[in-house]
Design a protein around this ligand. Structure first.
Ligand SMILES: NC(=O)NCCC(=O)O
Ligand SMILES: [Zn+2]
Length: 431
């Protein structure tokens, strides 16, 4: 695998690798495997991407939900809760940070996962979060739709969230910079293909549309709501991605020398999204009926007009692959510095010399020293402090040990523990 990644980065212009924490027994990587790939990405200067959901938990939940007789698309959502996404998001960030590898979380779908990304960035982790058009434009209430096809058409992973305030929240996070860019994870299936899971939600192919409508959805939900200004709109739809994937300013900027890929956006026009008029080769559009302000009047690609007033003028094969070089400075600048300054360092000490008196008895009256020695050796398995002057166990000590033993196991029965020297003199009193 490492060799393949090396060839891809060095000879084919690939600088990012997506890993799955979901899809148990298919794509799912375990922690040690993730660490391995993160280390390889780091060594190659690539960006590690993860699909963050806990595949083991999903597997358990799926069995449970199916056994309850829930076979429809709502089961997809119930089996992949926010917590399942948030746990994996947190774990991925921790693992990547441990090996100082930059991380990109694809399709951030929940408030919980977004909050974790924001918190870990605040703590200094190099992690980027990408919400997608689906999660910004619609929500998981569609899984409760009585029409199976409608509900199944919204199945993607992680799923849309039933909390209808989620899209607005994710947009707020983009506006504040806590999430950085928008994608789509465009991956469409028509009704017949989705029907593979007609009797079992776990078999519904995952994925929805997004690529054609992403700009419109982000403008409508971001700019028209006053959350994003037009410059931030450009940043989260274009420039930030170009920077992260190391193709800026060839892409993501309009200037002499950059590629002539330009969208002329008319903010005053409106259009209504529909499967009847979209250009996807699929029979459903998850944004069906959404009225969007802001319409691309012209799209220029490689200097040629490819969209003009709603009409598409493209020919197959004119697209070209853009190589993405490793060591993106926007991603790796801090990483390289951290490699230098965050090294653990060894403390220089004198060699250990065995002491002739290995009991610490300072401050304990001589008459109690014998008892004390006995107690200390009994305590060796525990965090030990000497007994108090009265001889009682020091209450600052932990009485917990992994073995389950208690510090006072030998004084039985437990309800009648003898105190050698309680305040006020020796007695056989109980405490
Ligand atoms: N988002 C989605 O369901 N896409 C299909 C493949 C994947 O899970 O990434
Ligand atoms: Zn994915």
């Amino acid at each position: 695998m490492r060799q393949d990644m090396e060839i891809l980065t060095k000879e084919h212009g690939i600088n990012s690798f997506k890993m799955f924490m979901a899809y148990k027994d298919v794509f799912m990587l375990r922690d040690d495997e993730l660490i391995d790939v993160f280390k390889t990405c780091k060594a190659l200067g690539a960006i590690a991407q993860v699909h963050a959901e806990n595949g083991d938990v999903i597997h358990e939940n799926q069995k449970k939900i199916l056994s309850m007789g829930i076979t429809g698309p709502e089961g997809h959502m119930y089996s992949r809760t926010e917590e399942v996404e948030a746990e994996a998001t947190h774990r991925a960030i921790v693992l990547a940070n441990q090996v100082n590898c930059p991380l990109y979380i694809v399709h951030v779908m929940s408030k919980s996962a977004a909050k974790i990304i924001a918190r870990k960035r605040e703590e200094g982790c190099v992690v980027f979060g990408e919400p997608i058009a689906a999660g910004l434009g619609t929500d998981g209430t569609h899984y409760f739709n009585k029409c199976w096809q409608h509900a199944a058409a919204h199945v993607l992973s992680p799923p849309l969230r039933p909390d209808p305030s989620t899209p607005g929240y994710l947009m707020d996070m983009l506006a504040s910079g806590e999430l950085q860019l928008t994608g789509t994870d465009n991956c469409t299936f028509n009704a017949n293909q989705k029907a593979m899971g007609a009797n079992d939600f776990t078999k519904i192919p995952n994925g929805v549309n997004g690529v054609e409508d992403r700009m419109s959805v982000v403008w409508e939900k971001g700019v028209m709501t006053g959350k994003l200004d037009p410059c931030k709109f450009v940043a989260v739809t274009s420039t930030n991605a170009a920077k992260i994937f190391n193709i800026y300013p060839q892409k993501g900027r309009i200037q002499v020398g950059s590629d002539a890929d330009i969208v002329i956006w008319d903010p005053n026009q409106t259009r209504i999204i529909s499967a009847k008029t979209h250009h996807h080769n699929v029979d459903f559009n998850i944004f069906e009926g959404m009225e969007c302000h802001g319409v691309p009047m012209y799209v220029i690609s490689q200097g040629r007009i490819v969209v003009e007033e709603g009409e598409l003028h493209v020919s197959q094969g004119v697209g070209r692959f853009i190589a993405t070089p490793v060591y993106s400075p926007y991603v790796y600048a801090c990483i390289n510095e951290r490699d230098q300054v965050r090294q653990p360092h060894r403390v220089q000490r004198e060699a250990f010399k065995e002491s002739t008196n290995n009991m610490v008895t300072d401050g304990i009256e001589p008459e109690f020293q014998k008892d004390t020695c006995c107690v200390l050796s009994q305590q060796s398995e525990f965090h030990s402090r000497p007994p108090t002057r009265s001889g009682a166990r020091n209450l600052q000590d932990s009485t917990f040990s992994i073995s389950g033993a208690q510090i006072d196991d030998e004084d039985s029965p437990r309800s009648g523990i003898r105190v050698h020297n309680p305040p006020g003199g020796r007695s056989t009193g109980l405490w």
